[in-house]
Design a protein around this ligand. Structure first.
Ligand SMILES: [Zn+2]
Length: 279
């Protein structure tokens, strides 16, 4: 037996009056305020209230920094999974499924063109491809970018966004650190400028090699930059780490980087620095 009975049909909202709001707003990772996605898009993916710099894709980065008309190099290089690596997921499967999902063949994209009319070779890392990790293809592409700078007497810019070396390729990933560093030494001998841009996050073997080897090392505000993560360091030294440890501002204060530049000023800042370096 039921005590109450609904006699009228439940009220229905006609379809055309339903407004889809889901996905238009996000909660800012920095200030926790609600943020309209359009505002974020119109501001280079930077929160207009607190300046939190969100990650952007390699191609967005390239379009932000390069003049129109750039051309891409080595777009078809891909890893062959030399160790036949399997963890939770087979590495081969990630390599197969990610290009369609992320829109890149590997975790770095290299282009050549001009930046405020200065000839430049630019490599930008893609975090959505296995955390921007450096395997043998990333190492090879960055080395080739350096060699292209040498051949064409262009300046080199590398934008890092990476969790470090790619464990799925073991020691082969670690070898890339030495390979890239020795190629950079040749660039230095030829007196061609290299500017390294560190974005959130730049860690592990990437920080320990080319990301810190720039003639100028420039970071975006608030970026996590370090070798091992803060938790590992705290456990090792058994001490509480200071506030803001491993963020761009802390590193600048301690002389580890040369400048912190807002994303919307990055192109002009790099171009201006290059005119200073170039004869
Ligand atoms: Zn914010």
């Amino acid at each position: 037996m039921t005590w109450f009975k609904r006699e009228k049909k439940p009220m229905e909202v006609p379809d055309e009056r339903r407004v889809v709001t889901e996905g238009l707003w996000i909660k800012c990772d920095g200030c926790k305020d609600p943020l309209w996605k359009k505002d974020l898009e119109g501001n280079f993916q930077v929160c207009p209230k607190c300046n939190h710099h969100y990650k952007i894709s390699a191609y967005d980065r390239i379009n932000l920094l390069m003049d129109p008309g750039w051309s891409e190099h080595d777009a078809s290089l891909y890893s062959t999974d030399p160790l036949n690596f399997k963890a939770n997921k087979a590495y081969k499967d990630s390599l197969k499924s990610l290009p369609a999902k992320v829109g890149v063949q590997e975790a770095v994209v290299t282009v050549q063109g001009t930046m405020n009319s200065i000839p430049v070779v630019l490599s930008a890392m893609e975090y959505n491809f296995i955390g921007g990790s450096m395997g043998s293809v990333v190492g090879e592409k960055i080395t080739r970018a350096i060699e292209r700078s040498l051949e064409s007497r262009s300046s080199l810019v590398v934008v890092s966004c990476s969790g470090g070396a790619r464990m799925q390729e073991g020691a082969l990933s670690l070898m890339q650190m030495a390979k890239i560093s020795s190629a950079l030494a040749r660039l230095d001998q030829e007196r061609l400028p290299y500017i390294s841009v560190l974005t959130d996050p730049t860690t592990g073997g990437v920080t320990a090699s080319f990301a810190m080897l720039g003639d100028l090392n420039i970071a975006e505000p608030g970026a996590l930059i370090g070798f091992a993560g803060p938790r590992v360091i705290e456990q090792t030294i058994r001490q509480k780490l200071p506030e803001g440890f491993q963020r761009s501002e802390f590193l600048l204060e301690h002389g580890m980087i040369d400048a912190i530049v807002h994303r919307k000023e990055m192109k002009d800042f790099i171009a201006k620095s290059l005119t200073f370096f170039l004869p």
